[in-house]
Design a protein around this ligand. Structure first.
Ligand SMILES: NC(=O)c1ccc[n+]([C@@H]2O[C@H](COP(=O)([O-])OP(=O)(O)OC[C@H]3O[C@@H](n4cnc5c(N)ncnc54)[C@H](O)[C@@H]3O)[C@@H](O)[C@H]2O)c1
Ligand SMILES: [Zn+2]
Length: 363
């Protein structure tokens, strides 16, 4: 087992425990809980496999449980209010601990409930999808969706601990696993060339579910994210680099209707577009772009946007991106493999060329 720390100011630093069997270590989970009462929140899909593991570690506490409906469509204020109502009905005080057992949808909603209940209580993340293990459970962004926009209502609220058991990935559908791998590959491109190279060599082991390889991939991903979050907790600067591929990716998600493309799939295609843009600006070589494409393909991820989307379909979405400042589209672009920048000088001509070039590769 590996333990990392997210180093934050005050007494808010917290551990991330990663490994095969983390949830079998009752002491680990028990030590992350402060008061005498907890609420475990999950959904039926996840609870069926893993709720008993968590429950068994907390036998000396008062444990309430709540299963939410499964899916992004339920990441709403209404579902969130249901969490708060249960806490009130069962007389949970300020010393309660919420435990999020599930993917990013559960983690984001439970985190936001913990941020708001009695002005903030503690919570523990037990992420069970690869995406949640390498991304959403670390960093303290919590949110629910509004009809007018995804993740538009939320707060920064850091967990007390993150417990990642790689055994949970055994039941994850292959497509969800691949979507998480897109974010893993992202970390290599933006921050760590040798990790990217390691991924090229270890793809077969990762696809076969080798627990040592999975632990290392998750550990490196969390370490990179933890370092960036510690430097820029509320995304004033360097944290934006975590959005490589996301400006293009969000355009694909919005255009195709949320749910048709998984987030990680849209990010994979978006990263290729960002790399193509970087090649046009001569800050990445064609050979490096090809390596990114080949690695994404190893995990059966898409490397082009939808055939129907040309530059005219992408650009209106990209102009609405959160990173737009003073009307300029700001894009995260790789500088080779292992480094990246936020560029605000990309011309519309270059954007169009990159999108249309990728469109040509697709046909
Ligand atoms: N807070 C952040 O920083 C951040 C970052 C990235 C994404 N997100 C959010 O995360 C969400 C996406 O998360 P996700 O990809 O984990 O989706 P998800 O939570 O919907 O999980 C995907 C599916 O897998 C199921 N599942 C979860 N664990 C499983 C397991 N071990 N075995 C079998 N099935 C399992 C879920 O029930 C669900 O049906 C989005 O809402 C996104 O906005 C947040
Ligand atoms: Zn993402």
């Amino acid at each position: 087992m590996k333990t990392l720390s997210v180093a934050l100011e005050g007494n808010r630093s917290y551990p991330i425990h990663i490994g095969s069997g983390v949830l079998g270590d009752a002491q680990l989970l028990r030590s992350a809980v402060c008061g005498s009462k907890v609420l475990i929140v999950s959904n039926a899909t996840v609870a069926r496999h893993y709720l008993s593991w968590v429950r068994e570690a907390l036998t000396d506490l008062v444990v309430d449980e709540l299963l939410l409906p499964d899916g992004e469509a339920f990441k709403t204020l209404q579902t969130w209010e249901g969490i708060l109502s249960l806490l009130l009905e069962r007389n949970h005080g300020r010393d309660t601990t919420l435990i999020a057992l599930g993917g990013g949808v559960i983690g984001d909603m439970v985190g936001f409930a913990a941020a708001c209940y009695q002005r903030g209580v503690g919570f523990v993340q037990i992420p069970t999808t690869l995406l949640a293990q390498v991304d959403s459970s670390v960093g303290g962004k919590t949110a629910v969706n509004h009809l007018l926009g995804k993740n538009m209502i939320g707060a920064f609220h850091q967990p007390q601990a993150v417990l990642i058991d790689t055994r949970c990935l055994a039941t994850l559908p292959a497509r969800e696993f691949a979507a998480g791998m897109a974010e893993v590959i992202k970390y290599g491109i933006i921050a760590d060339r040798s990790f990217f190279e390691w991924l090229e060599g270890a793809a077969g082991q990762l696809l076969a579910g080798d627990s040592e390889a999975l632990t290392y991939a998750i550990e490196r991903s969390c370490a990179i994210k933890a370092r960036i979050v510690a430097e820029d907790e509320t995304e004033q600067g360097v944290r934006a680099l975590l959005n490589l591929g996301h400006t293009y990716g969000h355009a694909i998600e919005a255009e195709q209707g949320y749910g048709n493309w998984l987030h990680g799939e849209a990010v994979a295609a978006g990263m290729v577009l960002a790399c193509r843009t970087a090649v046009l600006r001569q800050q990445m070589t064609e050979a490096e772009l090809e390596r990114v494409i080949q690695l994404l393909l190893r995990f059966s991820l898409p490397v082009t946007g939808p055939r129907t989307m040309d530059a005219d379909a992408f650009l209106p979405h990209m102009r609405r991106d959160k990173k737009v400042k003073a009307g300029r589209i700001r894009l995260v672009l790789p500088i080779g493999i292992g480094n990246a920048e936020v560029a605000d000088s990309v011309t519309e001509e270059t954007l169009r060329e990159a999108i249309n070039d990728c469109g040509r590769c697709a046909s």
